[in-house]
Design a binder for this molecule. Structure first.
Ligand code: MRU
Length: 357
């Protein structure tokens, strides 16, 4: 668990506090949000990020939206609020599931006060359930690693830890659980260009926990697999299609190919809300395109007085163009197993295993 000072999402009844992940690890500041609009913009601008954390925040965003209303709610107003939160980020399916559930919960309820209470309770329940799911997922993940081996070297991508969830984490949750099971774990954290979730957030979480961690740039994993024994790649996910194709942070697909080439097991850590069985394959997963400047300069790391934390911010010629797909899809055949709170299974077993949860 992160130190309480670093709990990323804190519901305070009157408002929502979010640890601003854009300026970590340089600064620890909380945003105090009182409206749905502020919450939507915090999600869009990635002050909070990670599929489960986005969904939980979205529900608290709804709660804040409802809280500012009074009297009778008409269905059109409710629908507008639900869709504005839903549209904040498109790839992670967790948010769509949460919004669908939030809508269902207030079917037939027409008092804003009552709606506020229902959504607040739902947000708090999501936090509890996510933490429990992460812990169960972590324990299931441990079972895939040899009992007879005392040290494991693991590559991970992006940030899937306590900062991306309600606590513990998914891929980082397995790493925490391995450590708790008495194993020595050495983590190689992909830097994760362009937003640097790996170097800024994963390395930060691992250091807080005292877990040995080396940052590598996204192109170094092939070298690493050639030069050191890597036991596994562990990644999180934003949406899994019915055939097992998996959307996760851009760069995950490359890592999957390199792992396959080197015979390193590639595990995707997912809670049940990551599986979108409505989509047959990964081709149907919507991929968020973000602004070019995240690639050409570090302007998202601006300090509060407007100065760049990096000199000038720019790392490319003025006027250079860039592409910035925020996610890619790793093909199912590259994935050895999904690690979930309800067990570990192959891509072929998804439909069967999801039926029973
Ligand atoms: O753009 P982000 O930082 O929200 O992307 C996060 C990821 O891709 C994570 O790997 C994924 O959401 C799983 S978090 C448990």
């Amino acid at each position: 668990m992160p130190h309480p000072e670093f709990l990323p999402i804190q519901w305070k009844s009157t408002h929502l506090e979010l640890l601003d992940q854009r300026i970590l690890p340089g600064k620890k500041e909380f945003l105090k949000l009182t409206t749905a609009e502020e919450t939507i913009s915090a999600i869009r601008e990635m002050a909070v990020r990670g599929a489960p954390a986005i969904a939980i925040t979205g529900v608290f965003g709804l709660t804040l939206g409802a809280k500012l209303q009074s009297g009778a709610a008409n269905p059109k107003e409710i629908e507008t609020l639900l869709s504005s939160v839903l549209e904040s980020r498109p790839t992670a399916v967790n948010l769509s599931f949460a919004i669908r559930e939030a809508k269902k919960l207030v079917q037939g309820v027409s008092d804003w006060k009552e709606i506020t209470k229902i959504w607040e309770t739902y947000g708090l329940k999501m936090m509890e359930e996510d933490l429990a799911a992460n812990k169960a997922l972590g324990a299931n993940g441990v079972s895939l690693f040899s009992k007879d081996q005392s040290e494991f070297h693991i590559i991970t991508h992006c940030n899937t830890g306590a900062l991306a969830t309600a606590g513990h984490g998914t891929a980082l949750g397995v790493i925490r659980s391995l450590r708790d099971a008495g194993k020595k774990v050495v983590v190689y954290a992909d830097e994760t260009r362009p937003f640097l979730q790996g170097s800024r957030l994963t390395a930060f979480e691992m250091m807080e926990e005292g877990i040995e961690c080396y940052i590598i740039t996204d192109g170094m994993s092939g070298w690493l697999m050639n030069h050191r024994k890597i036991d596994a790649v562990l990644v999180g996910c934003d949406r899994v299609a019915a055939n097992g194709d998996t959307a996760n942070k851009i760069g995950t697909y490359n890592l999957g190919i390199v792992a396959k080439e080197h015979g390193v097991p590639f595990y995707v850590c997912a809670t049940k809300d990551s599986f979108d069985l409505n989509l047959k394959t990964g081709v149907e997963i919507p991929i968020e395109m973000r602004k070019e400047s995240e690639v050409t300069q570090f302007d998202f790391l601006k300090s509060e007085n407007g100065n760049y934390l990096f000199p000038e911010g720019k790392t490319s010629p003025v006027g250079a163009r860039a592409l910035n797909p925020s996610f890619d899809v790793t093909k199912a055949h590259l994935i050895k197993n999904f690690i979930t709170e309800f067990g570990c299974f192959t891509p072929e077993e998804i439909s069967l295993r999801l039926k029973s949860v």
